[in-house]
Design a protein. Sequence first.
Length: 265
Amino acid sequence: MRILAVDWSGDLRAAAKRIRIAEAEPGRLLDVRGGLDRAGVGELLLDLRDRDEPVVVGMDFSFGLAGWFAEAHDATTLPELWDVARDEGEAWLRACEPPFWGRAGTRKPGDVELYRDTEREARDRGLNPLSTFQIGGAGAVGTGSVRGMALLGAWRRAGIGVWPLDAAPGPRGVLVVEIYPRAMTGPVVKSSPAARRALVDADPRIPAGLRAAATETEDAFDAAFAALGMADHAAELAALPARTDAPSRREGRLWLPPRGRRPPR
């Protein structure tokens, strides 16, 4: 089974300059590359779908929003929310009205739940995923997530599996899972080229020939370590079942490395 990780971008015009795709096998980084925009990533998924080897692809954007927001838009399932995001997402981003925030003149709402069930669970593990409603400011994930959600429905209708609704791909096919790269890198000041380089140079899973590519940008760094972290748990991903619990099917769910297990170094 192949393992890829995509460091996504919500940039309206320059996504191809930001998006990075990494591939790994257990214990070894195989590739880090750029050059694709969001549409190009979709084309890559379709190409992988038609090959004879199963693939799991990690995507670092939120696959859903807090359940109350989805229900307020008459969406009780993830596919329904994805269709709303396709039709209304750009208007959400332009207006930046509550519960969205992060643009100049806006404030973080204090009267609604800003996090999904899966994000609260991640926080209980000591991680710090930001709210998808934050669409501006340092570390904001909302813009990329809204533009990613707008594509998930079309991908799934084209035969791309989306976890937690769908299970591992079996003998062939593609499954995309939502990931949180910081769960694979550990604490690091990734904005510091020196800090990125120190972590990459100390990791024997990264061949010398890929170290420059893995440290070139924050996006490349995240993609590389996300792919490595996923590959170190390839057996779990190959047997990943669909989730049937209501929060997962309404809000989506992060795939995180199993608690208490450290990847080999």
